[in-house]
Write a protein that binds this ligand. Structure first.
Ligand code: 3PG
Length: 211
């Protein structure tokens, strides 16, 4: 678990990289390249066989990274990720099973919502910061703009279809705290070990202004 709250983690940088790591050997240099570009909160998705080992490797070797886990779907996912060293968690949806496990482990959480009802259920549980997922497919920045007044007090990290082209549309909204996305770590750059490119894209992403 983290010494930081989810709000503090989301404020480390305007963008949380969403990482799909296939090759364990790439985990540490990838994290170093992102941190060198100013992106410190990193989400390693549980979508590859080496994801938990990647989290452990980054937690051990990249002190500048605030290492998180994504694609949490079960209580077992939460437990395994915390054991691996994850300091925050991200989920595609909002379920009691995942939230109960995260709370038991004191793991700061960013669960996903796609409707006002889900956002209200999450607020009932005391959450104030939520992932809006999948952001673009659900209507994008205009939806979050429309939520700002009726769902005042809640802040969002839109993820899913966010890129360098539309990140500003989200980040200029007062109810957006940061965005998540995979564009800062392109698959081919990871495969080729092109860490300079990833640091360059990360620097650009770090320079995006939040509202
Ligand atoms: C995902 O589902 O992998 C995340 O939401 C990231 O989406 P993206 O690849 O569209 O940035």
């Amino acid at each position: 678990m983290s010494a930081l709250s989810i709000a503090e983690i989301c404020r480390l940088a305007p963008v949380v990289p969403v990482l799909v790591i296939d090759d364990l050997e790439k985990a540490v240099p990838l994290a170093e390249a992102l941190v060198a570009g100013g992106l410190r909160a990193l989400e390693v998705t549980l979508r590859t066989p080496v994801a938990l080992q990647a989290i452990r490797a980054i937690a051990d070797a990249v002190p500048g990274a605030e290492i998180g886990v994504g694609t949490l779907r079960t209580a077992d996912d939460v437990k395994a990720s915390v054991d691996a060293g994850a300091r925050f968690g991200v989920a595609p949806g909002f379920t009691d099973a995942v939230m109960d496990a995260a709370e038991a482990a004191s793991l700061p959480m960013l669960p996903g919502v796609a409707t006002p009802s889900e956002a209200m259920a999450a607020a009932d549980r005391g959450l104030e910061i939520l992932k809006f997922f999948p952001a673009e497919a659900n209507g994008g920045a205009p939806v979050l703009k429309a939520w700002a007044s009726p769902l005042a007090g809640l802040k969002f990290c839109p993820t899913g279809g966010v890129s360098e082209k539309n990140a500003r549309d989200y980040l200029t909204l007062p109810n957006v705290i940061c965005v998540g996305g995979s564009w800062v770590a392109p698959k081919d750059a990871i495969a080729n070990g092109d860490w300079e490119t990833i640091t360059r894209i990360s620097k650009e992403a770090s320079g995006l202004l939040t509202a």
